[in-house]
Ligand binder design. Structure first.
Ligand SMILES: C[S@@+](CC[C@H](N)C(=O)[O-])C[C@H]1O[C@@H](n2cnc3c(N)ncnc32)[C@H](O)[C@@H]1O
Length: 270
């Protein structure tokens, strides 16, 4: 298989990655046949997966605009993925031209492509790091340069925590990040869940099995389990809801039922 110029030498292009599968669902071009094959297998069980991802991105953009309207001008986006249409720095800077953004991902393709997109930008950067090592993120030169932790930050954990198993204690990582944030900071989060999926849990489980097969388990959590990530936060209205129901900006259109799979919420530190 030919290795395109954007694929770092360090990656095995015969092994699927969740960031490239996600890129495929969103119609991007930074994915390989192994990624498309895994995505298509998952879509046999959940044909609406691209709709879920679009609802996730649409929520993320609304939440970034909300944060900017609340006066927040610094964004820490962990599990930021491969840049696509409407990235956090674009949405944030439309609302606040002075906004600064640090992206974080552990996937080399996501990091390399973010570096390419951000080349020469003084207001945004990317860190190659793992959510499970919050200190590496918080102490990175990129965060030190761009983010003042004495002022409110919007921490984005969008469609990442469902890739962290309970054994790796995702709540502890979120709590460590939260402890570093100034009062008035926001946590913007989405998470996969069986709640709201317009098909049986058994059928949706077929898609979950595809992620298990590629050794990137997808952990479906209940609303109550997802609420635990918000320890120390006050929920912003309307609380934890299906993604299209979080502060829609236009009159509700006929949404694809799949868009209501997955849960979104924003919390504020006191
Ligand atoms: C589904 S994508 C979400 C991208 C973006 N946040 C969005 O919602 O559009 C999940 C991203 O999380 C990254 N990721 C998963 N586990 C991670 C971890 N432990 N540390 C850092 N990044 C992680 C993956 O590499 C992938 O790029």
């Amino acid at each position: 298989m030919e290795r395109p110029a954007w694929a770092p030498r360090s990656i095995d292009i015969t092994v699927p990655s969740v960031s490239r599968i996600y890129d495929f669902y969103l119609g991007g071009s930074h994915n390989f046949e192994v990624d498309r094959e895994a995505a298509r297998r998952a879509m046999e069980f959940l044909p609406g997966l691209p709709k879920i991802m679009q609802a996730n991105r649409a929520f993320m953009r609304r939440a970034v605009r909300f944060a900017a309207q609340q006066g927040i001008d610094q964004f820490l986006d962990i599990g930021s993925g491969i840049p696509t249409f409407g990235n956090v720095h674009e949405v944030a800077r439309e609302a606040r031209p002075d906004a600064r953004v640090v992206y974080v991902d552990h996937d080399p393709v996501a990091v390399a492509h973010s570096q390419a997109v951000l080349e020469g930008a003084e207001f945004a950067d990317v860190v190659a790091a793992d959510l499970l090592k919050p200190r590496e993120i918080l102490d990175s030169p990129q965060v030190e340069r761009l983010i003042d932790l004495n002022r409110p930050v919007a921490l984005l954990l969008v469609a990442i925590l469902h890739f962290v198993e309970d054994a790796d204690d995702p709540c502890a990582a979120v709590a460590e990040l939260t402890a570093a944030l100034a009062p008035g900071s926001l946590l913007v989060l989405t998470h996969a869940s069986y709640e709201g999926i317009p098909t049986s849990a058994e059928r949706a489980g077929g898609a979950v099995d595809v992620y298990k097969d590629i050794r990137n388990p997808l952990i479906m959590r209940s609303r109550d389990e997802i609420a635990r990530f918000f320890e120390g936060y006050e929920m912003v209205e309307p609380g934890l809801v299906p993604m299209p129901r979080w502060r829609p900006e236009t009159a509700p259109e006929e949404e694809d039922p799949y868009a209501f799979s997955g849960i979104a919420g924003v919390g504020r530190t006191a």
